[in-house]
Design a protein around this ligand. Structure first.
Ligand SMILES: C[S@@+](CC[C@H](N)C(=O)[O-])C[C@H]1O[C@@H](n2cnc3c(N)ncnc32)[C@H](O)[C@@H]1O
Ligand SMILES: *[C@@H]1O[C@H](CO)[C@@H](O)[C@H](O)[C@H]1NC(C)=O
Length: 252
């Protein structure tokens, strides 16, 4: 890494010294885990307004994965406050996974506001280990703004493929789909990427494990899905280090 980047990373780190000290003492994580649901609830409205068109178009493909008989089984990983429920098709049955139990009461509120969504269960678990979810049991899996924060993107993708339904020739039903909208590393020649690098070591604490510089599209391309439909888009968030996004879906 270039020396000037390291220097600027340290400068940002000094500005955010209280956070780094709390993190060093092991106190920051529980503060972040309590604060994040409130922050996220505040931000969700604005995110859904600015990304609404993209999200609506993406999630309009969910119904293509509905089994010929029965309801659409949806698993959302890192569901947070339930920001995506409003985009789900009516009558789908959702299983929610998030390692942070503090989202529970926010989820109850979102579910009561979205009566078209049938709640199945909320599992306090990480995407890397969803052993409570049976293999082949889901028609679609959804992740938005989650793969930036996980410990291992590859392990999550392996779990996604495990829980998705296989291709069923018998019923002419194609395999399950993985829907994603994730912020990723900016173009290496951009100012955006320059700032992402400088902020990254501090951002990880502010965003409860969130990294700014993941090349998530590479993990998706290497995960051996039968088909990956992926677009790089720029989110309309001015002055934000999370502008570059990928959006799309992959078929098991
Ligand atoms: C930025 S929030 C996004 C929440 C929601 N998906 C949305 O779009 O509003 C990141 C979420 O990922 C969750 N998360 C963090 N690490 C995770 C992991 N290893 N597996 C699953 N979810 C995780 C967090 O608890 C948080 O709910
Ligand atoms: C994808 O398939 C290739 C070739 O079969 C294999 O070598 C590789 O390990 C697989 N990767 C994953 C993530 O499953």
């Amino acid at each position: 890494m270039a020396l000037h980047i390291l220097f600027l990373q340290i400068c940002v780190g000094i500005l955010a010294l209280p956070i780094h000290i709390l993190a060093f003492l092991g106190l920051w994580s529980s503060i972040a885990k309590k604060a994040l649901p409130y922050l996220l609830e505040k931000m969700t409205k604005s995110i859904n307004t600015r990304m609404g068109e993209q999200k609506r178009y993406l999630f309009s493909h969910l119904k293509d994965f509905k089994p010929p008989s029965g309801e659409l089984r949806v698993l959302e990983i890192g569901c947070g406050t339930g920001a995506n429920f409003q985009f789900y098709p009516p009558g789908c049955k959702v299983t929610l996974v998030d390692p942070n139990p503090n989202f529970k009461k926010f989820l109850s509120k979102s579910l009561s506001e979205n009566e078209h969504v049938k709640f199945n269960s909320f599992l306090v678990a990480s995407g890397e280990d969803m052993s409570q979810v049976a293999s082949g049991s889901q028609d679609v899996v959804i992740c938005t703004l989650v793969l930036c924060s996980v410990h291992s993107i590859d392990k999550v993708l392996a779990e996604v493929k495990r829980v998705l339904r296989p291709h069923a020739v018998h019923w002419e039903m194609h395999a399950g789909g993985f829907f994603f909208l994730e912020h990723v590393r900016g173009d290496p020649s951009s100012w955006l990427y320059f700032f992402q690098q400088i902020l990254d070591p501090t951002w990880i604490y502010i965003g409860d494990g969130c990294r700014l510089t993941h090349e998530t599209w590479k993990n998706l391309e290497n995960a051996n899905f039968s088909e990956v439909k992926l677009r790089h888009i720029k989110a309309p968030f001015k002055w934000s280090p999370v502008q570059s996004h990928i959006i799309g879906y992959a078929v098991k």
